[in-house]
Every structure is written in structure tokens, then in C-alpha cells.
Unconditional design. Structure first.
Length: 94
């Protein structure tokens, strides 16, 4: 049953878990894994394309902060119009 991506709101048959504080940061310190959000693979790839784990841990560690980020807002406006049944191609440069 399709569910909406928590970022772009597209109805997707499969979502991925995005750790709001990257596991790389919590695992090294022996902390419990951070909360996750359920997002589509396109949004997940774009987040990790735009930002490294340090930036995500310090500045984009909530769903609201991700939604308010100017670079992600631009991407979300575009991806929302894309067919959820097609893989979204993107440039993988930071």
C-alpha cells in the first residue's frame, strides 16, 4: 500500500528510513540510534548528495529543518511533480 514520503509527499510503494542524526555520529559515541523519518529514495539520495554527515547532524537534524532548507525546498518542489513510479535521476555532486 503506497505511503507518502515525509518530505516530498509523493505516494510511494517503498520508503527508506533516514536517521535524523547520521548513524556515523551516534555509533562512534556509543549512543542509541537517532529517530528516523520515512522518505523516498530520491529525497534520501538528494539529502546525502547535498550535505555531509557532520552538517546533517549539526544543522538538519529534524524533519522541519530539512523542509525549511532552501536547497531542499527547491528540490522538493521539483520532485513532487515527478512520476513516483519512475526512478529520479540526479547529479551526485556536492
Amino acid at each position: 500500500m503506497p505511503q507518502p514520503c515525509e518530505l516530498c509527499q509523493r505516494e510511494m510503494s517503498a520508503l527508506t528510513a533516514h536517521h535524523l542524526i547520521p548513524r556515523q555520529k551516534t555509533k562512534r559515541q556509543g549512543l542509541d540510534p537517532s529517530p528516523t523519518i520515512q522518505i523516498c529514495s530520491a529525497c534520501h539520495r538528494q539529502i546525502h548528495t547535498l550535505y555531509d554527515n557532520s552538517h546533517l547532524a549539526l544543522h538538519l537534524n529534524t524533519l522541519e529543518k530539512l523542509k525549511q532548507d532552501p536547497q531542499l525546498q527547491k528540490f522538493l518542489a521539483w520532485v513532487h511533480k515527478q512520476d513516483p513510479n519512475q526512478r529520479v535521476k540526479m547529479d551526485r555532486k556536492r
